[in-house]
Each structure stands twice: as structure tokens, then as C-alpha cells.
Design a protein around this ligand. Structure first.
Ligand code: IMP
Ligand code: MG
Length: 179
């Protein structure tokens, strides 16, 4: 059982779905009558993305990008593009969907890369915004929830590629990620 590694549930599936509904409503409002390319950052954002995407009533394309660090640890080291999008985004509205904004390095890398391709608009949607020191100026336009600076998993978020399938967002016990 994965539940035994969880210190506490931070957001329940019901709370998550309420936020998803609200964010989708705002995106539908902000881009009424427009086309949008919605880009999920693999792999953590896939579950959040698929919930949001199905609630969009706009003319949408789905695409995927993957970025990883070639140093050690989750957020250290230099970032590299592991999988690029296939869509041509020049002149199009783009929304990047990411699981969590931590230091901001990942989203900065992706925003810098995609803005070079001259989209009409580039927006950032994150499930979680972690209350910690940001190392970049990237701000999310749509935020699901704020979380404290602890390690969270579930609803797509992983620790060493596990726990993504938990239906809720939970705090991982410190003895698991500090060991
Ligand atoms: P950033 O580049 O520091 O903003 O880190 C973003 C990436 O770090 C996310 O895409 C996550 O994969 C990972 N990450 C940061 N904090 C957590 C967490 O609490 N749980 C799971 N993944 C996290
Ligand atoms: Mg990730």
C-alpha cells in the first residue's frame, strides 16, 4: 500500500476536481472564441492535464513536452529538452500545464524555449505553487493550490517515479525522501 508512506492528505480528490473546474472555467472565459494549444509537461502533469483538458470548450490541440536535468536530484543540475512538442505554435495561444512550480527553473526553461517560437500568447497553468524561494521570474497565470515547502506526491506527482497514481495530493513522510 502506498498510503502508509503518506503523512497527511493535503487535498482530496473532491477538492482537486473543484479547483480543476474553476481553472477550466477561467481558461474558457479568457480564450473565448480562440484556438489554444495546451501543452502538458511530462510526466507529472499528465493527470491534471487530462482533467483540465476535458473541461475546455475551446478549439484545442494537445501536445507534450519533456524536460529533465542531467545533474543529480530533482531540481539540481542543468536542464535539457528530452522531448519537444510537435505542434507549430507560431501565432497561436499556448498554455503550458505543469504539476508544480518549485524553484521555477523547469518552467523558465520551457517558457524561454517556447517564446522563441513566437506564440500569440504564452500562459502557465500549475496544479501546485510551492511556497519557497524562487530562482526565476516565472509566474503562473493559473494556480490550483499553494503548498508548503514539503515534498508532495499523488495526482501525477512522484517521488522516484512512485505515488503518481494516488487520487489525492499528500505529504510524503520525511523518512522516505530524506533517507
Ligand atoms: P522547479 O524546476 O524547481 O520548479 O521544479 C519543478 C519540478 O520538480 C516539478 O516538475 C517536479 O517534477 C519536481 N518537484 C518539485 N517539488 C516537488 C514535490 O514536492 N513533489 C514532486 N515533485 C516535485
Ligand atoms: Mg516533474
Amino acid at each position: 500500500m502506498l498510503d502508509k508512506d503518506i503523512e497527511r492528505v493535503i487535498y482530496t480528490p473532491e477538492q482537486i476536481q473543484d479547483r480543476v473546474k474553476e481553472i477550466a472555467r477561467r481558461i474558457n472565459e479568457d480564450f473565448t472564441g480562440e484556438e489554444v494549444v495546451v501543452i502538458a509537461v511530462l510526466r507529472g502533469a499528465v493527470i491534471f492535464f487530462s482533467d483540465i483538458f476535458r473541461k475546455l470548450t475551446l478549439d484545442c490541440e494537445a501536445d507534450f513536452i519533456s524536460v529533465g536535468s542531467y545533474g543529480k536530484g530533482a531540481t539540481s543540475g542543468k536542464l535539457e529538452l528530452k522531448k519537444d512538442i510537435t505542434a507549430d505554435i507560431k501565432g497561436k495561444n499556448v498554455i503550458i500545464v505543469e504539476d508544480i512550480l518549485d524553484t521555477g527553473k523547469t518552467l523558465k526553461f520551457i517558457c524561454d524555449l517556447l517564446s522563441q517560437r513566437e506564440p500569440k500568447a504564452l500562459r502557465v497553468c500549475v496544479l501546485l505553487d510551492k511556497k519557497c524561494e524562487k530562482q526565476s521570474e516565472v509566474k503562473a497565470d493559473y494556480v490550483g493550490f499553494e503548498v508548503d515547502d514539503t515534498f508532495v506526491v499523488g495526482y501525477g506527482l512522484d517521488y522516484a517515479d512512485r505515488y503518481r497514481n494516488l487520487p489525492y495530493i499528500g505529504e510524503l513522510k520525511t523518512d522516505i525522501w530524506r533517507k
